[in-house]
Design a protein around this ligand. Structure first.
Ligand code: GAR
Length: 210
């Protein structure tokens, strides 16, 4: 069975959706380990409740980002993971890490990339007066939120929306699309080549499939 390692920093609702889909047999893989860069991430409790091994790598214990990422990649190599899933992992990975696992790292980002890479996407969308927002699953490369887009989900922004309103709508979509994309990857249907994403051998459009 294929092995997935999930990296988190916080709540772990996306992690939960992926663990649940694996447990239910919807994804033919096991979450082999959950890694966090925050010792108090609630997602670690979710993993423990599901009997999944956890590991914490804190920046303060390493001389620099490269050494920290080297420790994480050694740990993942030890598991022989087939796929690395970033699920709310809020630390930028070094180029050494992303190259080592090229084509095997997925991320979910709460915006319709290439719009709003980085932090505070909800605030940016509301302040810009956008009428829609969304979330993107993409392959991870050296550029932050810059890898090939795979799948996006859109939600409306209504005139009086607060950040929490839009975030709630986006989260509901994330819990649908992330397990689906993980399933595509596990089933061997999704590949990255030359900085582009392919599903069943077909090139996905510049902005993935929205
Ligand atoms: C998700 O909404 C995800 O899109 C976002 O963090 C949240 C994690 O929630 N990721 C990023 O902002 C990455 N730049 P979760 O811990 O409940 O899955």
């Amino acid at each position: 069975m294929k092995k997935i390692v999930v990296l988190i920093s916080g709540q772990g609702t996306n992690l939960q959706a992926i663990m649940d889909a694996c447990k239910a047999g919807k994804i033919n893989a096991q979450v082999a380990a959950v890694i966090s860069n925050k010792a108090d991430a609630y997602g670690l409790i979710r993993a423990k409740n599901s009997g999944i091994p956890t590991a914490v790598f804190e920046r303060k214990n390493y001389a620099d980002n490269s050494q920290m990422d080297r420790a994480i990649s050694d740990y993942i190599d030890g598991i022989a993971a087939d796929l690395i899933v970033l699920a709310g992992y809020m630390k930028i990975l070094t180029a050494g890490f992303t190259r080592h696992f090229a084509g095997k790292i997925l991320n979910i980002h709460p915006s319709l990339l290439p719009k709003y890479p980085g932090l505070n996407t909800y605030q940016k969308a509301i302040e810009a007066g956008d009428s829609e927002h969304g979330t993107t699953v993409h392959f991870v490369n050296e550029k932050m939120d810059g890898g090939a887009v795979i799948l996006q989900a859109k939600v409306p922004i209504f005139p009086d929306d607060r950040i929490e309103d839009v975030e709630e709508r986006v989260k509901i979509q994330e819990l649908q699309i992330y397990p689906l994309v993980v399933k595509w990857f596990v089933d061997g249907r999704l590949k990255e080549a030359g900085g582009k994403a392919y599903l069943d051998g077909q090139l996905l459009a510049e902005n993935g499939y929205a």
